[in-house]
Design a protein around this ligand. Structure first.
Ligand SMILES: C[S@@+](CC[C@H](N)C(=O)[O-])C[C@H]1O[C@@H](n2cnc3c(N)ncnc32)[C@H](O)[C@@H]1O
Length: 351
């Protein structure tokens, strides 16, 4: 079959963009770790000045700046030789506590890619690779990747979309945040609803340690506790609200988890299930967000699920119907999608 030159060039164009983005991922993480973006946000600088302000070496910084400018992450003024950030670039690159934080996503991606040899082997053997077996950048990067979306949406739109839940949170109820990782969602909810108490749990002890530290630093000790426990065995119920944030699809026995949530929930309680945004079919997910999630899923979600009892893997792009079926099979009588954002779908399940 003859190669169509135009289609070939179109593909090569895509490939060069992807190759640049892949290498630039490392540069974004370097810029974040060294405070280069934050220093750039203060105003236009020469490479030498940026290096002085950040305690780094001018030649490295110069090369970094050029690559960043070529990728559209930094502005370059050829007349003055100075580099700067637009307001939008600064917004997305400098604030880990804001509504958008691109470096956290790249930290997660680079951390996940470190497992490439094990993942390649797992494709052959079918073995799993547990969340805990990954590089620690996966845990910190996951927290920094998801937290901005939670900051932007959780308290202001997702919780209010659940029937009667914010009223009850305001009065004071018991909440379990299952598969809480480093506790981003737990802490946000606790800060917004000081009369309610929160128990975050995750099977991964290192993440739980970080969550405890964060809560202690924020003075939330009495209101929030964290436990190392799987979703199939956490205790302390009955809870009025159980939440799972971007975690259900990672589990090898999601039905066991759903049944256990049902057992730990009060009769009039609510299970809030936050999952990656996904359409109903594979074709619906063949877009940039689907690409991000399928790729993370092959490195993180599927291997983790296959490493656990149950050995069933929903994958990060399962979409609504499989989650509805799980909730129904676990004894939840009511299920509906209550909110969606570019990165997440939010479901409410009630007994
Ligand atoms: C993608 S991370 C999300 C973490 C956190 N909820 C967040 O949104 O930042 C998935 C989490 O699920 C946890 N996890 C995976 N399988 C689990 C299980 N069977 N029981 C409890 N936690 C589990 C992992 O340890 C990891 O912290």
């Amino acid at each position: 079959m003859a190669v169509d030159q135009d289609r070939l060039m179109e593909f090569l164009h895509r490939f060069v963009g992807d190759l640049g983005a892949t290498m630039a991922a490392g540069s974004v993480v370097v810029g974040d770790r060294l405070g280069l973006y934050k220093a750039l946000a203060a105003g236009p600088v020469l490479p030498q000045e940026l290096a002085e302000r950040t305690g780094t070496t001018p030649r490295y910084v110069e090369e970094w700046l050029r690559g960043q400018a070529a990728g559209g992450y930094v502005q370059y003024d050829a007349a003055t030789g100075r580099y700067s950030l637009t307001e939008e670039q600064a917004f997305a690159l400098t604030n880990p506590d804001g509504a958008v934080f691109a470096p956290g996503a790249f930290q997660l991606a680079l951390g996940a890619l470190k497992a490439e040899p094990s993942i390649t082997e797992a494709f052959r053997t079918g073995d799993g690779l547990g969340w805990h077996e990954h590089d620690s950048d996966v845990f910190a990067g996951c927290d920094r990747f998801f937290r901005p979306g939670y900051t932007a949406n959780l308290v202001d739109s997702w919780l209010p979309a659940l029937e009667g839940v914010t009223d009850r949170l305001g009065k004071g109820i018991r909440v379990a945040d299952v598969g809480c990782g480093q506790g981003a969602s737990t802490v946000l909810m606790a800060q917004a609803f000081p009369r309610s108490t929160f128990t975050g749990s995750d099977y991964h002890a290192e993440s739980v340690d970080q969550a405890r530290k964060k809560a202690a630093d924020l003075g939330l000790d009495g209101q929030v506790r964290f436990a190392v426990a799987s979703a199939q065995s956490f205790d302390g119920g009955p809870f009025d609200l159980v939440t799972t944030f971007d975690a259900l699809h990672d589990m090898g026995d999601p039905l066991g988890a759903a049944k256990h949530v049902r057992r730990q929930l009060s009769a009039d309680g609510t299970w809030m299930i936050v999952e990656p945004a996904a359409g109903a079919t594979v074709s619906d997910n063949l877009n940039p967000v689907g690409r991000v999630y399928y790729s993370f899923s092959a490195f993180l979600c599927v291997p983790n699920a296959l490493s656990q009892d149950g050995g069933y893997s929903l994958g990060a792009q399962a979409g609504e119907e499989p989650i509805r079926r799980l909730a129904t099979a676990a004894g939840f009588g009511r299920f509906r999608r209550v909110a969606e954002t570019p990165f997440n779908n939010v479901y409410e399940a009630r007994p």
